[in-house]
Design a protein around this ligand. Structure first.
Ligand code: TXA
Ligand code: MG
Length: 355
C-alpha cells in the first residue's frame, strides 16, 4: 500500500482537455484510475490484450476472474453482446433474453451490470475465456465524458489491489495502484460506495450474481421475478460471479461481527490486551463506547444508503488505525442492506474460518 504517485497525475475534477489526455493515455494502452457512481475503476482499452493484461498484473488478479466492460450508453453497449442481429456470433438469439436486455438497460446509466452472450469484439482476456461478457453503462459525469472520448469500450474492475477493500475516493486508488496508472481522474466521493448489482440474463429469467445499488426488490418489480440464491454468502453451493469469492473485500486487520465478538469475549484464550476498534451503524451511548479503544460511527441515523456510501472509506481508515481487532455491526438485509451484508460476510469470513 501507499505507493507514491506524482501529485500531478491525480487530476481533481478534470477539465475537458484533461479528459482528452486520459483518453489518449488509454488509446496508447495505459491504465487510468476512473471515478464511477459505485466505486473507482482501473480502466484500460477493452479491445487490446496488452492493455487489459496490465489490469490483471497491477491488481494481482487471477486471470480466471473476468472484467466488466463499460460503455458510454445503451446503444454502444449493444455492440459488445451477440444478442442482436448483425453480430458475427449471433445465431438467432432467444427473444426472452432481448426482452430482459431492454428491461435491464432502462436502469442505465446506473449501478447495474448485465452478463450476456459476448460479441466477437470483446477479447478472451476480458471474459477470462467465457462465452459471456459483463456490461454496464456507468453514471458519473467524468466517466461518461471519458467514454464518449474513447472510440473503444473500457474494461474496468474496482481499482484496488485484488481482495482488498474497493476505493471510493481518488486517493484510495493512488494509495494502492499509483505506480501502475498514467493518471487518476478525481471525480469526488463515489455516490453509492458499493459495487454495481450484477445479473445474468437467462432463458429462465435473470439471476442475481452480486447485490448492489439496484436492489432485488427493484429488479423483482420490473422482471416479475428474479432468481436470488438464498445464500449469496455461501459460494460453494450457488453459481455466482467468479470474483465473488468467500473471502474478499477484506481489510488486513481481523474483522468480526459484534455478535461473534461477544462470544469471543467469553473464550478464555481471547487476549484481553488487544486494542479493539468498533465500527457502528448508528449512534452508541457512552457506556457502549467506553468498551472500545476507538469508535467509528458510519452513520448516526443508521440510514442504509449512507452506510453503503461511507462503509469502505471507514473500513480503510480503521484498517490503518492501531487497533488489533475490528468489531462491526450487521444491518437489515433489505434494499441496499443486502449488498452491505454480502460484502461484510466476505470481509469477516477469513477470521470466522480460522477461529
Ligand atoms: O461497480 C462496479 O461494478 C465496479 C465499477 C468500477 O464499475 N466494477 C467492479 O468490477 O466491481 P470488479 O472486477 O471488481 O467486479 C466484477 C465482478 C467480478 O466478481 C467478476 O467475476 C464478475 O463481475 N464478472 C465479470 N464478468 C463476468 C461474467 N462473464 N460472468 C459472471 N461474472 C462476471
Ligand atoms: Mg472488485
Amino acid at each position: 500500500m501507499n505507493q507514491a504517485i506524482d501529485p500531478a497525475s491525480l487530476i481533481h475534477w478534470p477539465t475537458d482537455s484533461a479528459i482528452r489526455r486520459a483518453a489518449a493515455a488509454l488509446a496508447a494502452g495505459d491504465l487510468v484510475g476512473v471515478p464511477t457512481e459505485t466505486v473507482y475503476g482501473l480502466a484500460a482499452d477493452a479491445t487490446r490484450d496488452d492493455a487489459v493484461s496490465k489490469i490483471y498484473q497491477a491488481k494481482g488478479r487471477p486471470s480466471t476472474n473476468p472484467l466488466i466492460v463499460h460503455a458510454a450508453d445503451a446503444t454502444a453497449a449493444r455492440r459488445y453482446t451477440s444478442l442482436f442481429a448483425g453480430d458475427r456470433r449471433n445465431a438467432g438469439s432467444d427473444p426472452t433474453l432481448i426482452d430482459q436486455w431492454k428491461i435491464a438497460s432502462a436502469f442505465w446509466p446506473g449501478p447495474l451490470t448485465v452478463v450476456v452472450p459476448r460479441s466477437s469484439s470483446i477479447p478472451d482476456i476480458v471474459t477470462a475465456g467465457r462465452d459471456t461478457v459483463a456490461i454496464r453503462v456507468p453514471d458519473h459525469p467524468v466517466m461518461r465524458k471519458l467514454l464518449k472520448q474513447c472510440p473503444f469500450p473500457l474494461a474496468a474492475p474496482s481499482a484496488n489491489v485484488s481482495n482488498y477493500v474497493s476505493p471510493t475516493i481518488a486517493r484510495h486508488v493512488a494509495d494502492g495502484l499509483g505506480q501502475s496508472v498514467a493518471m487518476v481522474l478525481d471525480g469526488g466521493r463515489c455516490d453509492w460506495g458499493v459495487e454495481s448489482t450484477i445479473i445474468q440474463l437467462d432463458a429462465d429469467g435473470p439471476r442475481l450474481l452480486r447485490p448492489g445499488g439496484i436492489t432485488a426488490e427493484q429488479l423483482r418489480s420490473v422482471f416479475g421475478r428474479i432468481d436470488v440464491p438464498d445464500q449469496l454468502g455461501d459460494h460453494t453451493q450457488v453459481q455466482v460471479a467468479p470474483g465473488q469469492l468467500p473471502t474478499h473485500y477484506s481489510p488486513d486487520k481481523s474483522l468480526v461481527f459484534v455478535d461473534r465478538y461477544e462470544t469471543l469475549l467469553s473464550d478464555p484464550s481471547f487476549q484481553a490486551t488487544q486494542r479493539i476498534g468498533r465500527i457502528a451503524f448508528s449512534r452508541l451511548d457512552d457506556a457502549q463506547r467506553s468498551q472500545f479503544d476507538q469508535v467509528w460511527i458510519v452513520d448516526e441515523t443508521g440510514d442504509l444508503r449512507r452506510i453503503a456510501s461511507r462503509l469502505f472509506a471507514v473500513l480503510r481508515e480503521a484498517d490503518q488505525s492501531d487497533c488489533d481487532l475490528l468489531v462491526i455491526d450487521r444491518c437489515e438485509e433489505i434494499g441496499i442492506g443486502r449488498a452491505i451484508m454480502d460484502r461484510l460476510r466476505r470481509a469477516t469470513r477469513s477470521v470466522d474460518q480460522t477461529q
